[in-house]
Design a protein around this ligand. Sequence first.
Ligand code: DGY
Length: 321
Amino acid sequence: MRPRLIVTRQIPAAVAVRIGAEFDCPWPEGRDMDAEEMLRQLAATKADALMISSHMKFTGEVIGRIPDHVRIAATCSVGFEHMDVAAARARGLPVTNTPDVLTECTADLTLMLILTACRRAHEYDAIMRAGWRRGFGLGEMLGTRVWGKRLGIVGMGRIGQAVARRARGFGMDIRYTDQQRMRPEIEQGATFIPDLHALLPECDVLTLHAPGAPDGRPLMNADAFARLPKGAVFVNAARGVLVDEEALLAALRSGHLAAAGLDVFRNEPAFDRRFAELPNVFLTPHMASATVETRTAMGMRALDNIAAVLAGRPPIDPLWI
Ligand code: DGY
């Protein structure tokens, strides 16, 4: 008999094909469901495994109600703030994520946000769509040059490093902060500044690549934004909870920040629509990993974790050991 699987979110076609071939799954293409529906489906199908994504709040309470026949819960995301890993561990439920496979696409989107924010892409696009009919003077509608600028990276993990590799190609001068200094072959000439508050005045562009604090405390508050130089550009493709959005809105409105590129928000999908009223903000709906290749690779990685555990092997990407 094939293992039984519940998938709580719509997934790419190739992943659905593999699920159809390897598992008994009522909706191999995935179906958006909330926690209650998921718990009902797990019990009704006597599922062996569960595949979720970051939309599912996998709290201690939910984990406590997962039936014993479920042997693994794999999230199709690198972030796992939505999962109570300690509760999963206490319950003996293996939980896994999908690191590595989305690094390059997330870095691509970060560069997109840096470029679109610096070069006023939202405003230029709006002008064209409104039927551009007046040539601009040489001093009008000017953006910020990226080449030669100082890029600050908060969090020099896999994604931060991939952003640094790309930014070097755009002639940016890189400085970063992290819990510890990277090896020289990773730094590639980037300057390590151990303290965030010391890094901020040194950045023309700042990009976040850190996980969100479980208590939701923002790294970037009014004081932190004030430490950036006037005219700096702020980019976030990491987690919305890293930012005090009132402080960001104020910094953008006052002109202290020239622009921002944002892929993530405190409330998703019900993001604060005041950001959409600002012409100097380029917005994307949490889509950093959203390419066919990467979303497929994430789904496959989640299935690899599930297959390993169901075959009695250790998970590839365990969140607890
Ligand atoms: C991730 O994989 O963590 C992305 O942010 C999608 O949630």
